[in-house]
Design a protein around this ligand. Structure first.
Ligand code: LRY
Length: 230
């Protein structure tokens, strides 16, 4: 089932929840991630973002809302849905929106972002979310045909500082361009107030991951806030 522009626009002003468990972690099980996604939808999430082909398949069966899918391969350089091959697999697993590295860096398969997006559109009809790390990335992604822009990689590519919370300056910069594409704030949004401030800065929608779905990180925030006892 493809996503219509109307359904995409339905995400405006709303929360998207990213549910991801990392290699070796106790919750890394597609059924568990699908249950986390379901729980997020019960809480009001308008869409979910999930990693890995099995997680995408399970999430598609578990929730009715749009599924943003990605396929992480490695953990440095271009690793978020790095090649066309990964992207087509994500769409075939059922993602309505394929999230991929939307930076200007060379892709491991040597294809351009434009070519990658064109083939995804042509072969699958899925929409494409470009995970960007800077304003220049976002403008290049618009030019390459991305349907959705994300600030996902801000602070992770060397082009922008790794801000404590969301990179509000980057959100403002992209919003000011009036690209006509949906702008989703993503990355280090840890509180409800930060989510609201991302929308105030000009984002159309907000993705929250760690602060809602990663108990190990959340627990460590509390542990670290306690005075040391020794
Ligand atoms: C940089 C990178 O690899 N980001 C990943 C992209 O899918 C995830 O690890 C993040 O959890 C996601 O972007 C949501 O962000 P946060 O967990 O900060 O709310």
């Amino acid at each position: 089932m493809l996503l219509t522009n109307e359904q995409l626009n339905g995400l405006k002003g709303r929360l998207v929840v990213s549910a991801q468990a990392y290699p070796g972690e106790p919750m890394r099980d597609p059924r568990t991630m699908a249950q986390v996604a379901q729980s997020a939808v019960l809480g009001g999430a308008a869409a979910v973002r999930v990693q890995g082909l099995a997680d995408i398949q399970h999430a598609r069966s578990a929730v009715e809302v749009p599924v943003i899918g990605l396929f992480k391969d490695g953990h440095e350089g271009v690793f978020i849905t790095p090649t066309l091959h990964h992207a087509l697999a994500v769409a075939q697993a059922g993602a309505h929106i394929v999230a991929l590295d939307g930076t200007r860096r060379d892709r491991p398969d040597g294809r351009s972002l434009r070519e990658t997006i064109a083939v995804i559109h042509e072969k699958t009809g899925a929409m494409v979310m470009a995970d960007c790390g800077s304003l220049d990335d976002a403008l290049a992604a618009v030019d390459a045909g991305a349907d959705v822009l994300g600030t996902t990689l801000a602070g992770y590519t060397g082009e922008r500082p790794k801000t404590d919370g969301p990179d509000l300056e980057l959100i403002e910069q992209i919003a000011a361009e009036g690209t006509g594409r949906m702008l989703i704030a993503e990355g280090r949004i840890h509180t409800p107030a930060q989510a609201a401030s991302a929308l105030s800065a000009g984002a159309d929608s907000v993705v929250v991951g760690t602060a809602i779905t990663h108990p190990t990180s959340i627990t460590s925030w509390f542990v670290d806030a306690l005075p040391t006892t020794d």
